[in-house]
Every structure is written in structure tokens, then in C-alpha cells.
Design a protein. Structure first.
Length: 244
């Protein structure tokens, strides 16, 4: 009886949570392991080396040989953008968080092109237009800073500033014809806050996905394949402590 009970229990433990937000918590727990923490640091360190000549965290690769003027303008623009967004300091953390969670989100100021970081856990849902090749139309973001709500980026069109049911695309119907005007602006459904809608063109979404898995439009962490091994190691450590 005990064997059959554990036989049903262990696969669920090894599989982890199917919920995206719960998976973020799992990745945080895995990051507390010294070996995984060091591995993520090493990967991010080697993935964000600055160019030896330009001292920039990014390098422009040209398909055709540019003129001296084009090369100068592009490199100057890239340098200004990196300085604006403090990429010299933030590149490591952005890269590390992306491989850890599988996603990183930023709201881009359409006037200054400054990037404002958004906690992946605050992305409530993504509206996808499947009639146009699964084109992402809008992101619903919770706990959005009041200052960000004043940006042009969050002033979405009426098409997006309306409540969507869970899993519905751009053609989804409203949950209630009597929804108040305030619910249109907040994206609320039956009084429950669904976050502030932000048009996709103003959201920078860095993701580890090829669009060929069930997690799309979200990515999967590089920690996902080793979750079972991590749990086995964790259970083994606990058993050693209990026995000792």
C-alpha cells in the first residue's frame, strides 16, 4: 500500500506546479541552492561580457558593410540607449533573471525609450490575436506604478481597454454588458482587478521560447529540465538529516 501511495505522490512532486506564478516561486527556491545559484551567476557572467573594443554590452552585426557615417551614428545611438537604461549595470541581472524565470518584462516609454522593469509575477495575462498569426495585442499588468500609468504606453485603444475572459483572444466577448466605465479602464472582471492593459508594442518581452510549446507566449526557465533532479537532491538531503 505504501509503495502505491508513494508511486502516486512522487511523480506529482517531480513534475512541479503547472501554474506559471507557482513555477516562479519554485525557481526562487531552486536559486537558494548554492550550486544552482553559482551556475546561474556563471552563465550570466559569460553571457554578458562587454565588447573589448567598444566596451559595450551589445555588438551590432551588419549584413552589409556600413559606411563610416552609418557605423558612427548607430554606435552612438546604441551607446546613448545603453547609458539611458544603465545596461552596463543591468545587463547581468536581466540576463540572469531571463534564464532563471524564462521571461523578463519591461514597459518602454515611447518618447524616451527608457525601459521600466516589471515583475514577471505581475503579468496577469496576455491577449493574443490568433486570426493574425497569434499576434500579441496587449499585456495586462498588475501593480503598475502610478507614474507608469501616465505614459502614452498605457493609454491603450478602446479595443484593448476592456475586460477579457480567461483564455479569450482579441475577439473575446465582454463578461457583462453592464460593466462600469471604470472596469473598462482597469480591465476588471466582476470587480476583480485584472491589471492595467498595455499595448504589446510598448512592452519589451525577453523570453526563452520558440513559440512551439504550451507555455507560449511565456518562456520556460533553463531550470525546468533539472527540477526533478533538484527535488531528488532535496529529498535525499532531508532523509539524511532525519536518519542522522
Amino acid at each position: 500500500v505504501s509503495q502505491s501511495r508513494y508511486g502516486r505522490w512522487l511523480p506529482e512532486v517531480y513534475a512541479g506546479s503547472p501554474n506559471r506564478l507557482m513555477r516562479y516561486i519554485q525557481y526562487d527556491q531552486m536559486d537558494q541552492d548554492l550550486e544552482i545559484n553559482a551556475a546561474l551567476d556563471t552563465i550570466a557572467e559569460f553571457g554578458t561580457q562587454e565588447d573589448e573594443d567598444t566596451k559595450m554590452p551589445f555588438e551590432i552585426v551588419y549584413e552589409n558593410d556600413p559606411s563610416d557615417t552609418e557605423n558612427k551614428i548607430l554606435n552612438k545611438t546604441l551607446s546613448q540607449w545603453c547609458n539611458l537604461n544603465q545596461m552596463h549595470k543591468r545587463a547581468f541581472r536581466i540576463f540572469r533573471s531571463t534564464v532563471k524565470y524564462g521571461d523578463q518584462f519591461f514597459v518602454r516609454d515611447p518618447e524616451t525609450y527608457e525601459l521600466y522593469w516589471v515583475d514577471p509575477a505581475n503579468i496577469e495575462k496576455v491577449i493574443v490575436n490568433e486570426s493574425e498569426g497569434k499576434k500579441i495585442e496587449a499585456y495586462f499588468i498588475k501593480n503598475l506604478d502610478p507614474n507608469l500609468q501616465q505614459l502614452v504606453a498605457t493609454n491603450v485603444s478602446p479595443m484593448h481597454a476592456r475586460p477579457y475572459g480567461s483564455g479569450q483572444g482579441i475577439a473575446g466577448v465582454m463578461s457583462s454588458v453592464n460593466t462600469s466605465a471604470s472596469n473598462y479602464l482597469t480591465g476588471a472582471i466582476n470587480g476583480v482587478d485584472q491589471g492595467m492593459p498595455v499595448e504589446a508594442k510598448h512592452v519589451v518581452h525577453i523570453s526563452l521560447t520558440e513559440g512551439m510549446d504550451a507555455a507560449w507566449p511565456f518562456g520556460l526557465s533553463i531550470l525546468e529540465p533539472i527540477f526533478k533532479v533538484f527535488k531528488q537532491k532535496e529529498l535525499l538531503e532531508d532523509s539524511i538529516i532525519i536518519i542522522s
